[in-house]
Ligand binder design. Structure first.
Ligand code: PLP
Length: 423
């Protein structure tokens, strides 16, 4: 039955049935967690073979002893791997320690306080600094801005990427907007892959934005395909070269969800001019990254083909989990007018939009029945979802069996909250 067509008597019966089912779930005292997008243990196990690094591989042919200090940019082979992942020449990529988020944070600190092209370009010199936040989006991007006092302006994510008419309009009229967060492939949380036209328009933004504008191109899911023959993301730096906006782009990626989330390697890609300036910060904070770990990664993954073949093993583990989520959403909610959801072809999340005003209530109901969900509002700046509607489901960590149970409960909570709102 569609919620829209149900009369009050039907809603009453429906609510009683759902409330009884919900009470049973509550009684069962389950403890299930669909909050953070962590790799599952079986995915981490896939990289176990990487851990042993023979002593013979710790000294490179050119004599570099990886055990010692130095090599601020990371080892050449790791930079090459990152360059293949990001679609850049090796000279435009540096490889760091385990977290790309750390590099993003550091880049923003650098641009804010020190200036991406020297002290005169520091954002801190502006009366106010603003960023475009594509929503729903990644909470940790928003936390970085919040911490720096950068005011975020929401722009909607559409089916093929950010609402570019809105983005261009805002930038044309406000030179205080200094940047924009993008997760261009399998966006967190909607799973969107930016269309080529959107990529080109983003690459051209440097021409209409105020000075020192940076697109933060977080390609965290660049190789995280669930399907064979995945959609290809257009090369944003190639388009930037076409428009002469290479300095407006900062790209990042990591192996966190390729090898091991707590011990991978990260990459930052940028124009030579941007890298030259950013190195000044790196050289103050470190004498160099963990080169042994970079070598381990390179020996294990080898090149982009090696990465893709490894990611096919991840996809085999993850596909049944994503299918389980879709099965419950379709069986329990399709055609009922109780919300919409995405069907991502990769990445780590499924984004669900409830009827406006219900996300908090659904999350509360699910929590009390033992299913922990990401807090309502987490996918929006300042934790405020203006429609109180978006819920991020993270199916990678739980087992398929746990997901089966968790999704039954989730669907019941969506139904219950939706029916009650209508009564
Ligand atoms: C969009 C996005 N960027 C970055 C990260 C974290 O990356 P890293 O582990 O390299 O710091 C995540 C993790 O969930 C993510 O979803």
């Amino acid at each position: 039955m569609n919620l829209e067509n149900a009369n009050q008597a039907e809603l009453q019966v429906w609510e009683e049935k759902l409330a009884a089912k919900y009470a049973e779930y509550k009684e069962a005292g389950l403890k299930l967690d669909l909050t953070r997008g962590k790799p599952g243990t079986a995915q981490l196990d896939l990289a176990d073979a990487m851990e042993d690094l023979p002593k013979s591989k710790m000294i490179l042919e050119n004599g570099t002893d990886l055990r010692n200090y130095g090599g601020l940019d990371g080892i050449p082979a790791a930079r090459k791997l990152g360059a293949e992942m990001l679609g850049l020449p090796e000279s435009e990529v540096i490889s760091g320690d385990h977290s790309s988020l750390t590099l993003m944070y550091l880049y923003l600190l650098h641009a804010f306080y020190h200036g991406s092209q020297g002290p005169e370009t520091a954002w801190a010199k502006e009366s106010e600094v603003k960023f475009l936040a594509i929503v729903p989006g990644y909470d940790r991007h928003f936390s970085i801005c919040e911490e720096l006092g950068i005011r975020m302006i929401n722009v909607d994510m559409l089916a093929d990427g950010p609402d570019m008419d809105a983005v261009e309009d805002l930038l044309r009229n406000d030179a205080e907007i200094k940047g924009m967060w993008c997760v261009p492939k399998y966006s967190n949380p909607t799973g969107c892959v930016y269309a080529e036209e959107v990529v080109e328009r983003i690459a051209a933004l440097g021409k209409i934005a105020g000075p020192n504008f940076r697109v933060m191109w977080d390609d965290a899911y660049c190789v995280h395909d669930l399907l064979e023959n995945p959609r290809q993301l257009a090369n944003v730096m190639d388009y930037c070269r076409k428009y002469g906006t290479e300095d407006n782009l900062i790209l990042t990626a990591s192996t966190s969800k390729i090898t091991v989330a707590g011990g991978g390697i990260s990459f930052l890609g940028a124009s030579l001019k941007n890298l030259e300036n950013f190195r000044k910060r790196l050289s103050v904070m470190s004498i160099g990254p963990n080169k042994l770990n970079q070598q381990r990664h390179v020996l294990f993954l080898k090149n982009i083909e090696g990465v893709r073949s490894h990611m096919r093993k991840h996809a085999e583990i993850l596909r049944p989990k994503f299918e389980m989520v879709q099965k419950h959403l379709e069986n329990g909610l399709a055609g009922k007018g109780m919300g919409n959801w995405g069907k991502p072809e990769g990445g780590y999340f499924v984004s669900f939009d409830s009827i406006p005003g219900l996300a908090k209530e659904i999350i509360r109901l699910a929590g009390e029945a033992g299913v922990k969900l990401t807090p309502a509002g987490a996918t929006f700046p300042y934790g405020k979802d203006p429609k109180d509607s978006n819920i991020r489901l993270a199916p990678t960590f739980p087992s398929v069996e746990d997901l089966d149970q968790a999704m039954q409960i989730f669907v019941t909570c969506v139904q219950l909250a939706s029916v009650r709102q209508r009564m």
